[in-house]
Every structure is written in C-alpha cells, then in structure tokens.
Design a protein around this ligand. Structure first.
Ligand SMILES: [Zn+2]
Length: 341
C-alpha cells in the first residue's frame, strides 16, 4: 500500500477499534478531555524569525500542510506546523533510521518515537508546540515512503510504559556494547533498564577518545554552577549534578560521542574515552539493525533494550481521532498571536 495523499485511506478506520484504557496514559485526563489533541502533533519548524515568514505555503508537494505563525512577546516569530500523528511518526522514522534497514528495526524505532512523542505532548499540552523538528526532540521531515507508514501502522497500538504510564523513551546510534541508565544521563529520567549489547559490540568503528586542555575544561565547567570538578578523579565517570548529556552539550556531541567509559584528569589534559555514538540510553539503533537481520522481531528488540519496560498495546483511539478530526486544536494556551496559514 502506498500512501501518497495527505490523508491516507479512511477505509482504514473500519479496522480500528476504539477502546482505550485511559489509565495507561501519563496524560489520561488530557486525553479523556480532548483526545483530538493527540492526533495532531504541533511541531516547531522555525523559531525566532525577525520578520513574518512569507511563502510558507509554497512547495507543499502532495501533502496538505497546516502552519501557524506565532508572534511572540519578544517580537519574534515562530512557525509551528500541525502534523497528523501518523505522518509525524512516519516522518520521524524516515529521518532517525535508514529506511533501507529491516522492517522490524524500523518498527522498534516507530514504537520508541511514539512513546517519546506522547510524553512530550503531555508535558507540553499547554504550550505552543509539542516538539522541535530536530535533535532537541526527534528529527522530523515529511516522507512519502510507504515503508515508513507501514511500520508506523503495523505498530499503531504499541507503546512502552512503566507502572501503566507511557514513558519517555530514548534511543541512540550505537551503545558501544553496553547501554546506560536513563537517569545517569538525564536527572529524573525513568530508568527502563540496561543491557549488555553483543549486537553492536563487535563494531570496530565505534571507539573514540577526546582530549581537552585541563585549563579549558575547568574554565568551561566552572561556568556552570552545578558542576564541581572535585568529582573527577583519576578514572571516574561520576557526574553527580552534571549530567553526561550536559557534558556532551558543552564540548560537542561529536567530540564526546557517548557516555565515556573513562575520564583521565591530568595537570595538562583531560582525556575521555568511550565506545559508541550517542547517549547510550535505550534503543541502540546499530544493535537493532543486527537483531533484525538475525530474524528478531521488533518486540524482541524492545524487550532487549528496555528490559524493565512494559510493552503495552493500546487500541487506536489516537488514529481514529486523527482520521475524524483534523481540526487545529483551539484550546492551546496562547502566549502570542497566532496566524493560521
Ligand atoms: Zn548497542
């Protein structure tokens, strides 16, 4: 089946049974009150423009696309695109994982992207947008790939949860042989378990090291109130209030490529070494590739990378709402003037 049109076949709705245990959701109340918000993903695609954007509606391609231009209190403009849920997830899958990869790996990616999205939508339900269209959340771009839609639809009722609540799920490129707890990378994140990962571990290309002059290191880190250099000893990966992710942000995600295995602090130089690429939390994309190639299912993949998570099937109220209500939600708490395009 090829989905080329903006809104795929409504005949699909006949297959979708509308039941949902509302307690499954972090945002059950919100969903119960206004489920339609979950069928529309508000994606910020541009921010802090100094002038009102022109030609937003040019080059739409086959898709009907809806934008809102937000005139913010600081006088600048944001552009928020309102994207139907399935299109959003297909677009994320197509950007976050190569579509040439096996379908079971892509399905795992779709489930993880969906779980992440739902928690974001809940957290930001009163904000002007739910997600950024880049690595700050999930990379999104419209896709026409039938495969992308198929893997999303094939998993359309699956989310990862803990204690019956959808959990913010993280994923990364290559864990280097061992995944790390979410709460080690983001303070307060829910730990869905870790795993030794033989699936990606034999890759030789995933070793890295990064050295920074000690003076520069302390200058950078001292600027941050939460950091205390005293936590660093000869061989130590203990960041306390300073998360690994923050460290990577300061020195560059391509420099400190993953959670370091070792940190050597000398008088002149601080050297980080590690394996893999990414924060190391949750789904390891390279590992999932090898699992899928060996015939493992997306459920196997999710179980492997989120050993403490519950994999829940919800029924497709979300899709049903998407199919029947394409209205832009009117209930968003607006902090600026919104122009509908
Ligand atoms: Zn891995």
């Amino acid at each position: 089946m090829v989905f080329k049109s903006a809104y795929f076949s409504r005949a699909l709705s006949a297959q979708l049974i509308v039941t949902l245990t509302l307690t499954l959701f972090v945002s059950a109340q919100v969903l119960a009150q206004n489920g339609s918000e979950f069928s529309q993903v508000r994606v910020r695609i541009q921010k802090d423009l100094t002038q009102y954007p022109k030609n937003l509606t040019a080059n739409f391609g086959p898709h009907i696309r809806k934008y809102e231009v937000v005139h913010k209190e600081n006088g600048k403009f944001d552009v928020v695109e309102v994207v139907p849920l399935t299109h959003y997830l297909a677009g994320v899958v197509s950007k976050e994982m190569p579509l040439a990869w096996p379908a079971e790996a892509l399905k795992a990616q779709a489930v993880v992207a969906r779980s992440y999205l739902f928690t974001r939508m809940s957290e930001r339900r009163d904000k002007l947008f739910h997600v950024e269209n880049d690595q700050m959340d999930q990379v999104f771009e419209w896709t026409d790939s039938a495969k992308a839609y198929q893997v999303v639809l094939a998993t359309d009722d699956v989310v990862l949860s803990s204690n019956k609540k959808v959990v913010k799920t993280f994923y990364h490129s290559d864990c280097g042989g061992q995944t790390v707890p979410a709460d080690k990378v983001w303070i307060g994140a829910v730990d869905l378990g870790t795993t030794q990962d033989p699936w990606c571990g034999n890759r030789s290309s995933n070793q890295w090291s990064f050295a920074v002059p000690t003076s520069e290191f302390t200058a950078e880190t001292a600027a941050k109130e939460t950091f205390e250099a005293a936590y660093f000893k000869k061989k130590l990966v203990r960041f306390e209030d300073w998360s690994v992710q923050k460290l990577r942000q300061v020195f560059g995600f391509s420099k400190i490529r993953s959670s370091p295995d070792t940190v050597e602090v000398n008088e002149d130089v601080v050297t980080f070494t590690g394996r893999g690429f990414g924060h190391g939390v949750g789904l390891c994309q390279w590992g999932s590739l090898y699992m899928a190639k060996k015939g493992r299912t997306y459920m196997d993949i999710l179980t492997h990378y989120y050993p403490k998570a519950e994999i829940l099937k919800i029924q497709s109220l979300l899709i049903k709402n998407y199919l029947t209500n394409n209205e832009i939600p009117k209930t968003i708490n607006k902090t600026g003037i919104i122009y509908n395009n």
